[in-house]
Design a protein around this ligand. Structure first.
Ligand code: ADP
Ligand code: MG
Length: 725
């Protein structure tokens, strides 16, 4: 097949696929009937579990009480019967290893009986604990390979579900010696510790009802969807998730005709099916829309408890990919699949809520609530200010380096946006405790002058990495493909510390005779003075902010490699150890794993650049060069040298760029040939030597793409991939 037909064939095949319809017809099965029908949810548990077992399990789920091991058999049996009715044959412990993906190993329920017969069995032991071989999962040195043993433990707080004939049980994954080998255990620990200290604050405000505070997360997932036929012709997309080549198309996103635009029918059918699949699994998929870049979209669920949000987000990403495939599409979750158009993030909307029904970041209608709200708000700011570098680590993956700091995504400098109204209140409070003599009315807080902050008045600031949006913070710097584990674990931990410190400060002032109002007022003033520098309400994209942030002493780590060392500094180890979220060893292993993963990714990108450059682009360009050389030479023979003067310039351009491409490829190969046993040093080499060389190769290749006959070009172009669907 000639080059031309490969690409044209792809385009021809696309029209055949334009009409894949969603499998689900909601007029036959109404959504409420469908929703959660494959989830072992509260209703199913109530129906199928003995009363005492149900009550005990609910204590674990709702109040964070330890699981009573004696109920496991009863739960397992009920789960199995229910799953069999839904057509399940297997079960799996589903977990979040440190790859940031999910892992599953399926076992059937089959238990052989005498006489070649079988029954389906599932014991409490099998429900509660699994023993997958851990040796092939990254441990960052926290486990020697000979200690291959790893354990999965049932996370009863996240409901089991049936998917593709398998009962899926959400679990946590740890080593033989009890180290967390996953993203979930530290997250659950961070949720516990935040609860403990948030409850202390509530108690100070006279609330003795609440017994648990949970953090809630609503992640807005951005993604690209392109035709699978194009995808299949791009080795870079297949192997690295992003295009390593591709000239800027004549049309990009500048027309602003995509965001919230009408959704193309083919994409809509795909989205409908994604949502139905998710609803079956109890995921509250709520919002769908076109995003800023061509072929970019977003799906957002209604928020839920953080560990469930994390499980659900992994399902969202998986369902997106699998369903896209069915529709002849490829879903790209990479942060930057296409240069020159917007990348993808995962806005992590985060708040804290108590089990007496309060959203603790909801300003509320009266000053008293406002005071409590302000304590939680200021605690969050304090955590973010103290540990901005840690939040930068939390959002680090190789893809996000292309996004942060570009004029499309929040910068690598962590700051918080409050909006004018709230900022005004913070500024009033900074001036110190008020002098009024009526402490218990909280007039002194300077709050009653602005008692209500109606939710919708906080203006939007799309440039801020951490923005208050009325009743929650939107952590906007989170990358699209990342697990929600680390960003939320780190966030919870730093806020837990702030709540702990603030609770201690308040308790001691009150013990010393201060009224709650005075104590709160003083503590707020003090903390605002100390941490106000983290608040920035202006344009985060501007150069002026970079300078201002440097003046304020805020860290600015442009890349993952620069950021990572902050994870294992003394103060971070002390923080995570104090709150028993992670041990020094667990932190060290995450540091190593993240850098190792970075090195692997950049190496794969480098090798793919080399391979495509050498075996696809350069040969095509040389072929083209030969063809025009021949034509020009024939013309010259017929008409004389003058007749081809400008054409010779074109030939020279092509030949010149081909020479450059060859030498840039050789230079890249040299840079890739590098060993370093120190994982950080190796990463620095990838960052400062390999990536620039890759960029140089691309620059030349992209120039060639713009002057070489399209019939010779071996790769689907940006125009084709982004606009034909
Ligand atoms: P937008 O930011 O586009 O205006 P929304 O206000 O609808 O969108 O919220 C975006 C996400 O924030 C949704 O997933 C929503 O469920 C979530 N969200 C709303 N309230 C909370 C909360 N208290 N905690 C966590 N997430 C929340
Ligand atoms: Mg939002």
């Amino acid at each position: 097949m000639t080059l031309r037909t490969a690409r044209q064939d792809a385009i021809a095949r696309i029209s055949d696929l334009l009409h894949v319809e969603s499998e689900y017809d909601f007029s036959v099965t109404p959504v409420p009937e469908l929703f959660g029908s494959k989830v072992f949810n509260d209703k199913v548990m109530q129906e199928r579990l003995p009363k005492a077992v149900y009550k005990s399990l609910k204590k674990t789920i709702n109040d964070g009480k330890a699981l009573d091991p004696t109920i496991a058999d009863a739960v397992a049996n009920a789960m199995k019967d229910w799953a069999l009715e839904l057509g399940a044959t297997h079960y799996t412990h589903w977990f979040h290893p440190l790859t940031g993906l999910t892992a599953e190993k399926h076992d059937s329920f089959i238990s052989p009986q005498e006489g070649f017969e079988a029954i389906m069995e599932f014991s409490g032991k099998e429900l509660v604990k699994g023993e997958p071989d851990a040796s092939s999962f990254p441990s960052g040195g926290s486990r020697a390979t000979f200690e291959a043993r790893g354990y999965t433990a049932w996370d009863a707080t996240s409901p089991a579900f049936v998917r593709d004939t398998t009962l899926v049980i959400p679990t946590a994954f740890c080593s033989y010696t009890g180290e967390a080998l996953d993203k979930k255990i530290p997250l659950l620990r961070s949720m516990d510790v935040l609860s403990t200290h948030a409850l202390r604050i509530l108690k100070i405000f006279g609330n003795n009802e609440a017994t648990r505070v949970t953090t809630t997360v609503g992640p807005e997932q951005e993604y690209f969807c392109i035709d699978k036929n194009f995808f299949n012709l791009r080795q870079d997309l297949i192997l690295t998730g992003r295009s390593l080549f591709g000239a800027k198309p004549p049309k990009g996103q500048e027309s602003e005709d995509q965001y919230f635009g009408s959704i193309k029918p083919r994409i809509l059918e795909f989205m409908k099916e994604v949502e139905a699949e998710l609803w079956l699994l109890g995921v509250n998929a709520k919002t769908r829309h076109n995003e800023v870049a061509p072929s970019q979209y977003e799906i957002a669920p209604i928020y839920s408890t953080t560990n469930i949000a994390m499980d659900h987000n992994q399902l969202v990403m998986d369902v997106l990919k699998k369903t896209a495939n069915k529709h002849g599409l490829a879903c790209l979750l990479h942060e930057k699949p296409f240069k020159g158009v917007n990348g993808s993030g995962k806005h992590n909307n985060w708040s804290m809520s108590s089990n007496d029904g309060q959203n603790l970041l909801e300003p509320g209608d009266n000053p008293h609530n406002n005071a409590q709200f302000l304590v939680f708000l200021v605690a969050t700011l304090r955590g973010v200010d103290k540990y901005g570098d840690l939040l930068r680590v939390a959002i680090s993956n190789p893809g996000n380096d292309h996004r942060l700091g570009a004029n499309e995504a929040p910068p690598a400098i962590i700051s918080a946006f409050l909006g004018d109204q709230l900022n005004d209140i913070i500024e009033q409070l900074e001036k110190g405790p008020a002098k009024s003599s009526k402490p218990e009315t909280f007039m002194e807080l300077g709050v009653s002058t602005l008692p209500k902050f109606p939710k919708d008045t906080t203006d939007r600031n799309r440039t801020s990495p951490f923005a208050f949006t009325g009743n929650k913070f939107e952590f906007r710097a989170v990358p699209s493909s990342l697990s929600l584990g680390d960003p939320n674990c780190f966030l919870n931990t730093i806020v837990a510390e702030a709540l702990d410190d603030i609770a201690t400060e308040l308790e001691s002032k009150i013990k010393g005779g201060a009224t709650v109002a005075t104590a709160v007022s003083e503590v707020l003033t003090d903390n605002i003075k100390k941490h106000k520098r983290i608040v920035f309400n202006g344009d985060n994209y501007s150069d002026a902010w970079k300078q201002e942030a440097a003046k304020r002493g805020l860290p600015n780590f442009a890349t993952l490699v620069d950021a990572m060392p902050a994870l294992i500094t003394k103060d971070k180890i002390a923080l995570f150890e104090k709150y028993k979220v992670m041990s020094a060893k667990e932190l060290e292993s995450r540091y190593v794993i993240t850098l190792e993963a970075y090195n692997k990714v950049i190496n794969q990108e480098g090798q793919t650049t080399l391979d495509m450059g050498r075996r696809q682009i350069l040969p095509a360009c040389i072929l083209y060069q030969g063809q025009i050389a021949e034509s020009i030479s024939e013309t010259k023979d017929l008409l004389g040298a003058d007749s081809v003067k400008e054409q010779l310039e074109h030939l020279k351009d092509v030949a010149g760029l081909n020479n450059q491409l060859k030498s840039k490829l050789d230079a890249l190969e040299k840079a890739l040939d590098h060993e370093d046993s120190d994982v950080l040093k190796h990463a620095e080499h990838f960052k400062s030597s390999v990536i620039p060389k890759m960029n140089e190769v691309r620059e030349v290749a992209d120039k060639l793409e713009l002057i070489v006959d399209s019939a010779f070009w071996p790769l689907p172009t940006y125009s084709e991939m982004l606009f034909i669907v």
